[in-house]
Ligand binder design. Sequence first.
Ligand SMILES: [Zn+2]
Length: 288
Amino acid sequence: MRTFVGIGAILALLLVGYALYANGTSSSDDHDSDIGIIESTSGSISPAPTMPIEATNGAITDDVSDQGGPDSSDQRCFEAASADDSALAGKTIIVDPGHGGEDLGTVNNQFGLHESDLVLSISEYLRDMLTASGANVCMTRVQDTYIELAARADFANEQNGDAFVSVHLNSLPDPSESYTMTMWGNEAKDRFLAETMLDVLRYEMAIPQYHNNEPNPTNPDVYILKSLDSHMLKSADMPAVLVEATFLSAAWEAQAFQDGIDDGSHWREVQIAEAVHTGLTEYYEAFQ
Ligand SMILES: [Zn+2]
C-alpha cells in the first residue's frame, strides 16, 4: 500500500510537472512573450537613410504550381488593380495572416472569436486596399490552414517581396488592457518599418469611440516596439514586421469585432487593414 501511495505521488508530480511544461510551451507563442518591455516611447521617427530599398519592377513570378492558377481558390498572389500614384505602386507586399488551421492563435472564449479567422479577414481587406493602391500582394495563406513559419519567409523570398507584414492580435488576462505592439527581427532591415507601423497603429486603433458605454481600451500612450528573435522575420529578405494590432482579449475589442461580423460591415477588421495600409504607405513615402 505504501508503495502504491509512493508511486501515485511520483506520478502526480510528473503530471503536474508536465502540465506546467506544456502550459509554458503552449503560451510561448511566436509573438506573445515579453509583454511589458517598452523599448521605445519616443515620438518622432525619422527614416534610416542607410536602409537600402530596392527598386522593384512589380513583376510577380508566374509559378502556378506554388500559387495555384488564376481561378484557383488557392491563389496567393494578386496583381495591382491600378497604376496608382501611391508610394505603394509597383511594390510587392507579402501579407502574412498569422496562425491558421489547428493553430487558432488567441481565442476570446466569451465571443468564440479566433485570432486565426480575424487576421485572415483583416489580411483580405488589406490585400484589396494594397492592390487598389497599385501594389502587388502575395499572401502566405488564403485559407484556414497552417503554414510553417519558415515556409512563410521562404514564400516571401520566392515572391521577391518588398515588405513583409505579419498580422496578429494579442492577448492578456486583463480584459480591460489593450495597446498596439510591433516587432522587428533584424534591426537594420526591419526596425524602421516596425516603428512607422507602430506610429500609425497606436493612434488608429485607439479611436475615441464608445461601445455599450465602455471606452475603447486601446491606449495610444502605451505601446511596445520590440525585437523578436524570429527566424521568420530575420530570414525574410526584405523589411519585415510582426504587427499585434490590438488585443482580442479586451472586452470592448472583441465586442467591436463581433458587432462588425453581426452587421456584416466587419468595420473593425477594415479599420485595422486601413491602418496597416497607411503604415505601409507612410513607410514608402519616407523614402521618396
Ligand atoms: Zn498571433
